[in-house]
Write a protein that binds this ligand. Sequence first.
Ligand code: 5AD
Ligand code: SF4
Length: 358
Amino acid sequence: MTLDNFNNDNLSRLLMSQGTELEELYRQAKQTKEQVVGNNVYYRGLIEYSNRCTKNCFYCGVRRGNKNVKRYTLTDDEVLEAALLAHRNNFGSLVLQSGERNDKIFVEKIAFLLSQIRNATHGELHVTLSLGEQTAETLKLWRRNGAHRYLLRIETSNRELYQKMHPNDSLHSFDKRLDALKLLQYCDYQTGTGVMIGLPFQTISHLADDLLFIRNHNIDMVGMGPYIEHEETHLYKYRHLLLPADERFELSMKMVALLRIIMPDINIAATTAMQTLHPKGREKALTVGANVIMPNLTPLKYREGYQLYANKPNLHEETESHLANLKVSIESAGCKVAIGEWGDPLHYFNRQQNIKKE
Ligand code: 5AD
Ligand code: SF4
């Protein structure tokens, strides 16, 4: 396999590989991971803070227009309790995720929660935000209040496909999303993005371009996984166009493996969507390049409400017992849970060094 120069042609070809060529791809990805980032798995405790959202993405079960969803927002105490649970269990970091809102009450509430988390955990817990597109002013405020990282998936790097997946209005503009992603780097966040794999109308060439997009934009962290249909969304009518679940899963594995090879020093999440399509999906992703897992710390009574897609796992499992099982299965995948380490992406520091040299 030659990947000295990465282009759409050779990445597309590798995304279609089968048999011994596919085994060789996975072997090389595993080796790259072990050599560059090692076998540690970093935990990010996920708090699904609120399912209120101003957007109406055509793939997502909690979109604004879905009237069947009971809307919730965690109380301040519930957020703090989850943060303390992560701290007590020696997680390096926490992810605060919610639907997208830009109103002043929301912006100030997040700033308040960030400072509360920082105080309660003596600044020992790194915080990642995943709260959609925001202005520079908001991002700077949250950064000052202790947020270190930000995840904003581009969803697909192809403008036309992006437009097919979203309503045609200024709230769902591809250009705005791209600008919002660049703003994160400008505001000095460790920056994460990602895409969905196996969307209706998506081609192999689109996915190869997604990999190139992530590389060209110098991304530090990536979370990507298979698209999973949800009955109460616009895209459900196109479900006959989808690859079967096992093939969508395999395509996601190939994407993770190739990304590790072309960007050896980034953090890559083994996503819940991968676990949804395969019970051991996250462990499998760890063996081909992923090094981050996001255990769900959302209080159980709210989990029903955060169904972005159908059959999301761990709806009923208790957090502490879930963690014990997770550790065993991570070790069975030949990895080690990194306790008490932030697990910052090496790429972020390498990127900073390069900026200084320029
Ligand atoms: N299938 C898979 N992933 C989805 N997301 C939203 N809806 C779906 C779906 N139906 C992902 C999007 C979003 C993240 C929070 O969840 O990529 O950015
Ligand atoms: Fe809202 Fe995110 Fe779902 Fe889009 S994907 S509708 S922004 S929660």
